[in-house]
Write a protein that binds this ligand. Structure first.
Ligand code: SF4
Length: 223
């Protein structure tokens, strides 16, 4: 993918959807909790779980550390896999306490490489979650790759579909200027496109701003 292609796609998506104002959270800790809860579930379920945490006044590192795993699991139940996710939140909180004395600011101040590495050392935090935290909680320029990115760019003909997370990320990072605002908006627009237009089963190609660039759409056009 050339910088020109990626910039053109970004502009077309922006024209179609406008600014996305990501990440929808009030604090960096809320971003982190959301990034862990959103694994394998739709965002609306995460929103309900986060509302529950706010209602019970548990949305701070200190309060969440104090509450038991079973109570935490009950509150985040709407997010699905609630026992696993409660454990993951607890793993993160333990890591924060042991390595950073519970101080989120100190963790998020670290530069991209060490911050990413530290996050990846936490049980239950994989590359997509770690990068979401680096980009949306620490506001540092890293490109987040997800299933929507893979699907859309494979259909466009820019990916083969077998590339690893790191390989896809490297393509975007190499071609685009390393700007937090650009990476923030680009990933959010990809998610908007994957949800609203380039759906897994029935993509709405006729209303897609990328249609004329897309190999998948081209193969479906009547000759
Ligand atoms: S043209 Fe269709 S397949 Fe291609 S990106 Fe748009 S919605 Fe997806």
């Amino acid at each position: 993918m050339s910088p020109k292609d990626l910039t053109a796609i970004y502009r077309l998506l922006w024209k179609q959807y406008g600014p996305q104002h990501w990440w929808p959270a009030e604090t960096p800790f809320e971003v982190i909790v959301g990034a862990i809860l959103t694994q394998n579930t739709a965002w609306k379920n995460v929103e309900t779980a986060i509302q529950g945490l706010k209602k019970k006044r548990l949305l701070s590192p200190r309060k969440m550390t104090e509450v038991s795993s079973s109570v935490l699991a009950r509150v985040i139940r709407p997010a699905g896999y609630f026992n696993v996710k409660a454990r993951r939140l607890k793993h993160f909180l333990l890591f924060l306490r042991q390595r950073y004395k519970g101080d989120l600011k100190t963790l998020l101040k670290r530069s991209i490489g060490p911050l990413r590495e530290a996050l990846l050392s936490v049980n239950g935090i994989g590359p997509e979650t770690a990068d979401s935290i680096v980009l949306y909680a620490a506001h540092k320029p890293i490109f987040v790759v997800d299933a929507y990115t893979r699907r859309i760019f494979s259909r466009l003909g820019f990916l083969g579909g077998e590339e690893s997370y790191g390989e896809i990320q490297a393509v975007f990072m190499k071609a685009l200027p390393k700007q937090t605002t650009l990476f923030n908006e680009y990933h959010a627009l990809i998610v908007a496109h994957g949800k609203n237009t380039c759906a897994a089963r029935h993509p709405r190609c006729s209303r897609c701003s990328l249609e004329r660039l897309c190999e998948y759409a081209e193969g479906r056009r009547p000759s």
